[in-house]
Structures are given as structure tokens and as C-alpha cells.
Design a binder for this molecule. Structure first.
Ligand SMILES: Cc1cc2nc3c(=O)[nH]c(=O)nc-3n(C[C@H](O)[C@H](O)[C@H](O)COP(=O)(O)O)c2cc1C
Length: 373
């Protein structure tokens, strides 16, 4: 064992509403333990299944590895309600094809976590299917997120995400009208491939299929809106809404960028253009524009919270790639086997929504205590 290793929490997130992830792509089970959930919460199990369905691969735009994703609640749930003690939920892995990884197990997949995990775990890691770094680990995140979303919805707070851009194809925009925006969010939450403009969506699926035919992959940009956030959520300095959510968003495998409000584009404006002027609307303080994405000083200002997330192209591609053999330490050519997505952006959408809900719930509990749930 190397010297100087320090102990810190791994695969755990949250101060008040805490989640702990476990499992690997090809282990017997994967799952989540949720600590800090209030007692007496009725869980809508159909809603959890519906959310998991959005993460499942479907059709030619996804991998052919299809998991049933049937989940089992093993503790913290009694007579249809949470007990308040650790809630543990597991999913069995049933569709592993570990043999696919044997032939290339020493060949590092470029831009996946094979090299870094090997260095970190000194070669003891389960390399099959990316192990603990597989996109498969996002299924338990979706379960925890579905529970958090249910709780937020009971307080009228909803989250919606669309594919804003993919291969240069741009989706329609989110409405600035509150009623229309709520309608857009509801429609997005009911669709598997979440876009506002149907034609843009069709062109995006063509671009994904073309990439698949070439043995390649594509990335894209997700845009998310959070509706009906009350003012005053977010803790200074290090648990601001932006810091909390970006930690979670950057924890989603394949996320390479996050920007709130106008993000990097706000730098192109002068203060007089960038500032969101206040005005009174039916006795409430609102802003005329929302360039800051509903957050000032890390705290919600009651406007919709807006942010974008950059998802990189799936690293596992079928085209030949240059790499290194970790055992012989020689340069080699990698030809990947296994089942991989030509794009993960549509499946990452529900993971993003889930992460956001988990982070917001943690912040709500910081402010009001867990009985707020
Ligand atoms: C829902 C989802 C599914 C994914 N499926 C795959 C996949 O089939 N093949 C692959 O190479 N990467 C896949 N990824 C991405 C990798 O897990 C990720 O790129 C890898 O762990 C390296 O992490 P990084 O991209 O954050 O550096 C998926 C990610 C998500 C969110």
C-alpha cells in the first residue's frame, strides 16, 4: 500500500439529505443509501420506475445493453412510507456481458476512466464495463432523484431539461411566459427525447444515427430550468446554489461544463445590459430579465433558475483508436467491443434533473430542517 493515503468520504454527497452510491457496472447489484429523509413520506414507486425508464437505452440512438432496472427497497420503508432511518434501494445487474471486456482489458479506453481508476486503485478495480465509473451507476442516482423530485413537486417546484444543442442543431427556446414555460416543462418531463422543437429533435436523432453508423459518438448541451423556487435558498459561501449544483452536475459521468444564466456569454455584455432590473408584479419583487439565472449571491431570487450542462461525446466508440497497453506499456490500437451509446445526452437528462433535485432538497433541509419534506 502506498504511503500518504488520506481517508475522505467517497461516493457520498450531502449535508442534510445525504446519498451514498455503491456498485459497479458488472457487480451483482448497484444501489443507493439515502440518509436524512423525513419519516412518513409516501413513496410513489410508479414515478421512480417512470424516471428510470427515461434513463434506459432505447432504439438505434442508444446502446443495446438493456437492463430491466427493477428496484428493490431493502430498508427504511415500512407500510408504504419512509421510516426516517437509512433508506436503501438496490437494482440487480442482469444484462452484463463481461467477456466483451476480456479481450481489451489491458487497453485503456481514451477519455474513459480506465487509466485513472487503474492508477488510483493500484490495478485492483473492477475494470469490466467501467466498473464504478460506468454510466450504469447513474441508475441509483435517478432513484434518489425521483424521490427528491416527488418531494419538491409536493411543494410545487418542478425541474425540466431539454437538449439545447447537438451536432450544431439547435432546439427551440424556453418561454419567458410563466404559464407557457410550465407547459414546456411538463411536456419535456413526459418525453423520452426531450426537445421543444420536434423537427430539431428529428434532425438530432438523424445526427446520432449517422455517428453510430460511422462507429463514432456525439455530445451536446442540456438546458435546465427550475420553476417556482422560493427566495432565500442557498448557503454562503461554499453551499451556494451554484456551488452545490455544479458539484453534483460535474459528478455526472461525461459532464464537462456547467454555466448558470448567460454563463460565459455574460462577459460580452456591459453591466447596464447584464444587470436584471427589479420591478413589482402583483405584490412580489421580480426581475425584468434573468441573465443571472435566478441566483444572486448564491441565493435564489424567485426567478426561474436556469443553467446549461455540456455532455461530451461517449468515449467508447467502435472506430479504431490509438492507446497504450497498461500491462506491456506498449502503444497499441484499440478496437472496442461491448455495447455503447453513440450519444448519452438524452439519457443524461434525467440524471441531471435527479442531481438537481438531490442538491435542492439538501439546501431546503439546511434552511428549514428535514421535516420541511
Ligand atoms: C447515462 C450515461 C450513460 C453512459 N454510457 C456510456 C457508455 O455506454 N460508454 C461509455 O464509454 N461511456 C458512457 N458514459 C460516460 C462515461 O461513464 C464517462 O465518460 C466516464 O466515466 C469518464 O468520466 P468523464 O467523462 O466524466 O471523465 C455514460 C454516461 C452517462 C451519464
Amino acid at each position: 500500500m502506498r504511503k500518504g493515503t488520506c481517508l475522505s468520504v467517497k461516493s457520498i454527497f450531502g449535508d442534510s439529505f445525504q446519498i451514498c452510491l455503491f456498485g459497479e457496472s458488472h457487480s451483482a447489484v448497484i444501489g443507493v443509501v439515502i440518509n436524512g429523509i423525513a419519516p412518513g413520506i409516501e413513496l410513489d414507486l410508479d414515478f421512480i420506475a417512470k424516471q428510470l425508464d427515461k434513463r434506459k437505452p432505447k432504439g438505434r440512438i442508444s446502446t443495446s445493453r438493456v437492463e430491466a432496472d427493477e428496484f428493490k427497497i431493502v430498508s427504511g420503508f415500512f407500510n408504504g412510507r419512509t421510516t426516517g432511518t437509512p433508506l436503501c434501494i438496490m437494482i440487480e445487474n442482469n444484462s452484463q456481458k463481461s467477456a466483451d471486456y476480456e479481450a481489451t482489458k489491458s487497453l485503456l479506453r481514451p477519455s474513459h476512466a480506465d487509466f485513472t481508476a487503474n492508477e488510483k486503485y493500484l490495478g485492483s478495480q473492477d475494470y469490466r464495463g467501467g466498473g464504478h465509473f460506468s454510466g450504469r451507476l447513474t441508475a441509483p442516482i435517478v432513484i434518489a432523484g425521483a424521490i427528491a423530485i416527488q418531494i419538491l413537486l409536493s411543494h410545487n417546484i418542478s425541474i425540466g431539461t431539454h437538449i439545447k444543442e447537438l451536432s450544431g442543431i439547435v432546439d427551440g427556446g424556453l418561454s419567458s411566459n410563466a404559464d407557457l414555460l410550465q407547459r414546456q416543462v411538463d411536456l419535456l418531463n413526459d418525453s423520452y427525447f426531450p426537445v421543444i422543437d420536434k423537427i430539431a429533435g428529428e434532425n438530432m436523432t438523424i445526427a446520432i444515427k449517422n455517428a453510430a453508423t460511422e462507429g463514432d459518438s456525439v455530445g451536446g448541451i442540456l438546458e435546465t430550468v427550475i420553476l417556482n423556487m422560493p427566495t432565500g435558498i442557498g448557503e454562503p459561501f461554499f453551499n451556494s446554489i451554484e456551488s452545490k449544483l455544479s458539484q453534483l452536475l460535474f459528478s455526472v459521468p461525461a459532464v464537462k461544463g456547467v454555466e448558470f444564466g448567460l454563463g460565459f456569454d455574460i462577459t460580452k455584455l456591459k453591466g447596464s445590459q447584464a444587470n436584471d432590473s427589479f420591478y413589482m408584479q402583483n405584490g412580489e419583487i421580480k426581475t425584468k430579465t434573468n441573465n443571472n439565472g435566478g441566483i444572486n449571491g448564491g441565493i435564489s431570487n424567485s426567478m426561474p433558475i436556469l443553467f446549461k450542462t455540456a455532455i461530451k461525446p461517449t468515449p467508447s466508440i467502435y472506430k479504431e483508436q490509438e492507446t497504450v497497453n497498461i500491462e506491456s506499456r506498449q502503444n497499441e490500437i484499440l478496437k472496442i467491443k461491448g455495447r455503447h451509446d453513440p450519444a448519452i445526452i438524452h439519457r443524461a437528462r434525467v440524471v441531471v434533473d435527479s442531481m438537481v433535485a438531490i442538491g435542492l432538497l439538501d439546501l431546503f433541509c439546511e434552511r428549514y430542517g428535514y421535516l420541511w419534506m
